[in-house]
Design a protein around this ligand. Structure first.
Ligand code: SF4
Ligand code: SF4
Length: 387
């Protein structure tokens, strides 16, 4: 008797029973790790099979791990199966950015063909072993959330004159002049920076150095999404990867006061997309209409980008390097896996170059030639980050 082919065992999983070698790894995972026990071993002898209990599909938050732990590919991932060939993919180690646990992951990406377009850049996220954080597992939020890397991107620098091209050097030099004018006229308190806990320890350190040290009294606002429900295993309520790092660097999350922003800001610098996604056009128009100049660092095009005077393309976490501090205070360095598209740059590079162009402590910023150097400087100033 033939065993089942393409059996639907959950929203993310397909089971080819004819490939199954009855090792029972999947059954033990659901019994010992998630303790949800959706799979069991049924029948006897030649008819033995692994299957779900009737009406109880494997829909727990960690279901994707089954496709990774099955040794013979009998359980496959609905999202990945037959979308591309494994041998076309390259793999890079990274850290999941979707919550403050900071699970270790590998990003499987397609380098592309010389003569044919490929459907997407990243095809799969897998769990990577880290016994201090996630053991061998990741949740489905981290495993299937990777489409943020494949979305359409902001690839060019856009300035006030939409009909011409801008370069990073030109924009940074122009902006540092404006920042210095604020400094000379003692109006640094009217500079507002909106950053977020998707930024790395090194990037937030540079924000602190520039906007609290070189340009003292600038207003720094950490703008993060509200906490969501965590679970009792890996997923935490903080759906950002570096809240703990931001807190250790002295940043606090406060609700954004649009009225103060409107009335007391000359120069507005925004990192990330959260403000755009959670404001309506008229509200943002009122704020941006009243500030002298606004600048947005973002990875994505957005209908509200056009309201900013300058829109500059920023790299995503997998396209950059740095470190993130997880919920338990573990500082985890990560390397670049993917090339940033177009003219996008890593935010730490942009900030380092801005520090240089300000020309207040030029030799200091010139010496920051890598994230490792910045991390060393960070450790010198804040003992929490010292190795
Ligand atoms: S892990 Fe794979 S091979 Fe092992 S029992 Fe489960 S489905 Fe079968
Ligand atoms: S628990 Fe958090 S860090 Fe880990 S995979 Fe899930 S979302 Fe990512």
């Amino acid at each position: 008797e033939k065993r089942g082919k393409r059996v639907d065992i959950g929203k993310n999983l397909i089971h080819d029973q004819e490939r199954c070698v009855l090792c029972r790894r999947c059954v033990r995972f659901l019994r010992d790790i998630t303790q949800t026990q959706e799979l069991g071993v049924f029948e006897r002898g030649n008819h033995t099979e692994v299957n779900i209990y009737e009406g109880r599909p494997v829909n727990n938050h960690y279901s994707g791990n089954l496709a990774q732990l099955c040794p013979v590919g009998a359980i496959t991932d609905r999202d990945f199966r037959f979308k591309t060939r494994n041998w076309f993919l390259e793999s890079g180690d990274s850290i999941c950015p979707f919550c403050s646990r900071g699970c270790a992951i590998t990003i499987d990406y397609h380098k592309g063909f010389a003569r044919f377009p490929v459907a997407k850049r990243v095809y799969r996220i897998n769990a990577r072993k880290n016994s201090k954080v996630n053991s061998f597992w990741i949740c489905d939020v981290g495993r299937y959330g990777y489409e943020y890397i494949n979305l359409e991107r902001q690839k060019t620098l856009s300035g006030p004159d939409k009909n011409r091209d801008y370069s990073w050097e030109e924009i940074l030099s122009d902006y540092s002049k404006r920042l210095n004018r604020q400094r000379f006229s003692n109006r640094t308190a009217n500079i507002t920076i909106i950053c977020n806990s998707w930024m790395t320890n090194e990037e937030l350190f540079l924000v602190r150095k520039i906007f609290q040290g070189d340009l003292p009294n600038s207003r720094i606002q950490l703008l993060d999404p509200p906490d969501e429900k965590g679970d009792n295993f890996l997923l935490t309520p903080e759906r950002v990867p570096n809240r703990r790092g931001a807190v250790e660097l002295g940043f606090e999350t406060n609700p954004l006061d649009m009225e103060t922003l409107k009335e007391e800001t000359d120069l507005l610098i925004v990192f990330g997309t959260y403000l755009l996604e959670h404001s309506n056009r008229s509200e943002l128009e009122a704020v941006l209409g009243s500030v002298e100049q606004s600048i947005l660092f973002t990875p994505y095009p957005h209908e509200l980008n056009e309201l900013f005077d300058m829109v500059l393309p920023a790299a995503l976490i997998p396209e950059s390097e740095g470190s993130l501090t997880n919920v338990d205070g573990l500082v985890q360095p990560f390397e670049k896996v993917l090339e940033p598209p177009g003219e996008s740059r890593a935010v730490w590079r942009i900030l380092r170059d801005l520090g240089k162009s300000l020309n207040i402590h030029f030799p200091y910023y010139k010496g920051l030639d890598s994230v490792e150097t910045i991390r060393t400087e960070l450790g010198k100033e804040i003992s929490f980050f010292r190795k």
